[in-house]
Design a protein around this ligand. Structure first.
Ligand code: HEM
Length: 550
């Protein structure tokens, strides 16, 4: 058999395997040998063959196609910092056959997030991941101007008036959860001082979907969470992973479950919409479904039922991991800092304390009077922005401005059509050249009116002269800010205010009901998911507060 193989291939014939080796050994050795040769040729060609000088520097890699997938996938920010040191703010790396050009810093963010529609496309970068999950006719399955209109429709349903109602609804949901969740079985009665513990990410994921459905999603979805809807969500979420981003369709059970769950969830929403049409509205009042059902495109057409359904799925997915990760990181850090926990509690006692020792209910207006809570959220989003890589596809060649990265005075780089662009505002947010003690979670930095944080935040919210209306209200174009957890430009997040209300109310509700301390230390990042999550174990110890709250 060995000799048959050898004679069949002159390459194998010359390989130095003793003829007595069994086939089961020869074939793998031959494959490994060939693989090593291919990698060597690939590596040497990068060293020996001069690169096209109009292209940004290429991050060295041994394995063709795979490229820098391992270093990027495991620790993307460390990878970016290392590459920046070696190549500057603009460089290209290979990721599973794709050429990814990274542009760092505020100028890099501006270049990518403020890129022209004729040159960069989010649709082409994301649609293969999102359309099987969200469904047809929305988000990245439609031309950009349609998405801009859809973002405007959603904004109509995200008003201050709604947020006012949401605070009490979210607080109540947290209270009910403490009474019923398997994560909170420990009660302190009389002299008992036993501490219980909960898994921060799991508990906060459950609370995020419960509170989002009670508020934004509507009564039917909230009721469905106790039944079939929760399973659809789980299976759909299983189709929103880095593997799905790399390979849109593989013959795997998780892909089939994703497709079945999408169909079931889409039908669920369509049924809700049709029932509401028959009944002439929702019994529960005015929620996002109701709001979307009453919108019309610029050409006068109302949204089709399936468009409403798919926008609702998109909102569910866009807000779920981003908010639950933020709340988890905030609580994990705060519980590791007893001084901050104490300050958050004191803030509540000062604001809500009543003569009988109970705390009065919170309101939306109160939340603006809670600087400690606010700084906890801002600092968490600085260190743990849930989205570490924002991606676009280059659809027409783009010149990199000289001010961003130019190899020489009279030459700039050009990024070819077909490359992907990658912005990572997360890098600037933890850059030690910008932030003092950049890798320390320190909410106090946001209360220093002369500090970098205040300056960057002002640029973030103000960005004078840099605001554009892409069709869903004024947003900053790309900003010069070093702090962009919600992105910038035409694809900027529209859920920021809702997220602040949701995350802020959940944290405040925890603080008023339980004392907390971390078990162990703040966990490391898990970058293997689409959203940057805390690694397991991420447990928090709790003890119910003795003083009842209203
Ligand atoms: C877009 C972050 C919560 C809905 C984005 C983007 C970022 C972001 C960075 C820009 C993506 C890009 O440019 O490709 C966050 C963070 C959140 C959060 C940090 C919470 C802490 C939410 C919530 C919703 C939401 C709660 C819905 C209610 C959206 C939508 C877009 C978006 C619709 C627009 C996508 C586009 O135009 O391409 N978000 N988000 N987000 N987010 Fe959020």
């Amino acid at each position: 058999m060995n000799s048959t193989l050898a004679s069949a291939s002159p390459y194998l014939a010359s390989f130095p395997f003793p003829s007595s080796l069994p086939t089961a050994v020869v074939i793998p050795l031959a494959i490994v040998g060939a693989f090593i040769v291919i990698c060597l040729v690939n590596g040497l060609s990068q060293i020996l063959i001069p690169q096209d000088p109009s292209l940004p520097p290429l991050v060295f890699y041994w394995i063709p196609f795979f490229g820098s997938a391992a270093s990027y996938g495991e620790e993307p920010l460390t990878f970016f910092f290392k590459c920046r040191e070696k190549y500057g703010d603009v460089f290209t790396f290979v990721l599973m056959g794709r050429r990814m050009t990274v542009a760092l810093g505020p100028k890099g963010n501006n270049f990518i997030l403020g890129g022209r529609l004729t040159q960069v496309s989010a649709e082409e970068a994301y649609t293969h991941l999102t359309t099987p999950v969200f469904g047809k006719g929305v988000a990245y399955d439609v031309p950009n101007h349609v998405l801009m209109e859809q973002k405007r429709f959603v904004k109509v349903g995200l008003t201050i008036e709604h947020f006012r109602a949401y605070v009490a609804m979210i607080d109540k949901e947290v209270g009910d959860y403490f009474d019923s969740s398997r994560f909170f079985p420990t009660y302190q009665t009389g002299s008992t001082t036993e501490w219980g513990k909960f898994n921060a990410f799991r508990a906060l994921s459950e609370l995020t979907i419960l509170t989002a459905s009670r508020t934004l999603q509507g009564e039917e979805v909230r009721n469905g969470l106790d039944a079939s809807f929760a399973q659809y969500y789980h299976d759909l979420d299983g189709g929103f992973t880095p593997l799905n981003f790399m390979f849109p369709n593989l013959p795997l059970p998780s892909y089939w479950r994703r497709d079945r769950a999408h169909k079931a969830m889409s039908d669920f929403y369509i049924n809700v919409i049709q029932k509401r049409k028959e009944q002439g509205g929702s019994e529960a009042g005015y929620d996002m479904i109701e709001s979307l059902m009453n919108q019309t495109y610029k050409d006068g057409r109302a949204l089709y039922d399936y468009e409403v359904a798919h926008i609702m799925i998109a909102l569910l997915m866009a807000g779920q991991h981003t908010s639950s990760a933020t709340t988890s990181w905030a609580l994990l850090h705060a519980t590791a800092r007893p001084d901050i926990m104490e300050k958050m509690w004191e803030e509540q006692v000062k604001l809500f304390g009543q003569p009988d020792g109970t705390l009065r209910p919170m309101t939306f207006e109160d939340m603006k009077e809670m600087p400690v809570l606010d700084s906890v959220i801002r600092e968490t989003l600085r260190m743990h922005p849930p989205i570490h890589s924002i991606i676009r596809k280059v659809i027409a060649p783009m010149d990199v401005p000289g001010s961003l990265a130019a190899p020489s005075k009279d030459r700039s780089y050009q990024i070819p059509k077909g490359h992907f662009l990658l912005a990572s505002p997360a890098v600037a947010q933890i850059d030690p050249k910008i932030w003092k003690n950049a890798d320390t979670w320190e909410p106090g930095r946001w209360n220093d009116t002369d500090g970098v944080a205040a300056e960057e935040y002002k640029k973030y919210v103000d960005s004078e002269g840099d605001k554009v209306d892409y069709g869903f209200g004024l947003v900053s174009k790309g900003t010069e800010s070093q702090y962009l957890p919600f992105g910038a430009g035409r694809h900027r997040c529209i859920g920021e205010q809702f997220a602040y209300v949701q995350v802020g109310t959940i944290i405040a509700s925890f603080v008023r009901r339980i004392e907390m301390k971390i078990e162990g230390r703040v966990p490391d990042h898990n970058y293997r998911t689409m959203i940057t999550l805390p690694k397991e174990p991420c447990n928090i110890m709790y003890r119910r507060r003795q003083a009842p709250s209203a």
